[in-house]
Write a protein that binds this ligand. Sequence first.
Ligand code: FAD
Ligand code: MG
Ligand code: MG
Ligand code: MG
Ligand code: MG
Length: 549
Amino acid sequence: TGGLLVYAESNVESRKQVVEQNQPESKKKRVVVLGTGWGGTSFLKDVDISSYDVQVVSPRNYFAFTPLLPSVTCGTVEARSIVEPVRNIIKKRSGEIQFWEAECLKIDPVNRTVSCRSGINDNLAGHNDFSLQYDYLVVAVGAQVNTFNTPGVMEHCHFLKEVEDAQTIRRTVIDCFEKSVIPGLSEEERRTNLHFVIVGGGPTGVEFAAELHDYVYEDLVKIYPSVKDFVKITVIQSGDHILNTFDERISSFAEQKFQRDGIEVSTGCRVTSVSDHFINMKVKSTGKHVEVPYGMVVWSTGVGTRPFVKDFMEQVGQEKRRILATDEWLRVKGCSNVYALGDCASVDQRKVMEDISTIFKAADKDDSGTLSIEEFRDVLEDIIIRYPQVDLYLKNKHFLEAKDLFRDSGGNETEEVDIEGFKLALSHVDSQMKSLPATAQVAAQQGTYLARCLNHWDQCKSNPEGPRRFKSSGRHEFLPFEYRHLGQFAPLGGDQAAAELPGDWVSMGHSTQWLWYSVYASKQVSWRTRYLVVGDWVAAQQGTYLARC
Ligand code: FAD
Ligand code: MG
Ligand code: MG
Ligand code: MG
Ligand code: MG
């Protein structure tokens, strides 16, 4: 088997090119990696430096463990505990990888160069421009905040994306308390200073709200007891529920927990503008506009494409798309030798219905013009690898076998289908396609996958449908990137968290927090950061314990 998958690939021309340029040469191939976040770093850890000359470009010379960023805003975890210098990571790879602290400004896919600028954040020294040649380019630059062009957001809101953001938020929270205790203020003014608004009810917004709640009621009210009754935390969500990408049980558990804690959740509200003292929003159900005074706003509503990636998309014919598209082997569509992964890209999955005739022909081994159940059974495994939506469809329908799909026009079981019957059988599977979430889990798995593909490039060359993964069995397989969902976690404050693990396993309540910490501790990049995070956290627990005593 495996043959079927080959038919479904279309881009023969660009494949030839890749092979030709990859003929043996004395010089190592140059790989340029853009970004040192989850995707870039996991690629660097696994790429074979004996076969490649690797250069990394990123404006940040460290990796940041983003899942713990919300904890940095309240000091539960120290900033230095969640960062790992890129040079430490490189050192572990015998210093063969070169790192340049710079920002990529332009990708030129025709001449295979990237233009970069160093010193952008450095207002003293000015900047330097340079460019790099690549044989393979790995774009892992993540996404930028998305204001949806809402007026005033850039000027007046905080974001929670970088380590510096978390530190600024921490200082601002304290400033809001300091401002609220100044003598001579009206009660109204004190309330305004202590109104913390979070726009966006996704995991980051919810987690930050929970952290802030604990910080305020466990620590700050003891320092500022005179204003403790004036504090208010509001989460504004445009949809009907917070955490709407999670299981419903988790979403309502979080809503109930917030209600008990006195965190206000305003669902069905869209922010229309933000001024220096007010946030304006439209209530969807009534159509009314309301003006809410605030002390601090944290904007946490999804992500957008970086301008230089937009420019690159225009060059490769992707100007109509919202996000950079790759195929399932993470190759950027519309150009060769460029790969993209993580939050800056999305995998464009193939639709079964677009390839249906090719699949039918390949499966119909005896060229009879009809497909028997046996013929279909023989290729089903291949189809599922190539089109994961088929597997989801079969599972959702509780279909166990190929024959469950075979029905004649009257809806009765049948042994054989023609092309029309085959189209009918698979007509609904494409509705099961799900795009991968913008998470660290996805980015890290893609980085590892791509490194393995490049490491096995020689083997891939002799079978030029694209990079493939080699199973330990040694069987050559033509496997696209496959995401393994490890679950998601939503810490909800007060030692409570909700976890959703694969296989419909949902856990809510106290012990979940421990689970969450153990999972994240085990995913820390190095022992240094792992030790520090657990250390901070133990210190926080001891602090709480002492405070309770
Ligand atoms: P990033 O990790 O964002 O890395 C992008 C890199 O590119 C950075 O090093 C950046 O400096 C660099 N870069 C930017 N511009 C340029 C340029 N022009 N040239 C070169 N380099 C550039 N995911 C989870 O799975 N679980 C969680 O619990 C979780 N919690 C989160 C909490 C917060 C507060 C945030 C913000 C995110 C969280 N995420 C979580 C999401 C996760 O962090 C992202 O999905 C992940 O970082 C994506 O990885 P990436 O490599 O695509 O991008
Ligand atoms: Mg990255
Ligand atoms: Mg990161
Ligand atoms: Mg046949
Ligand atoms: Mg993200």
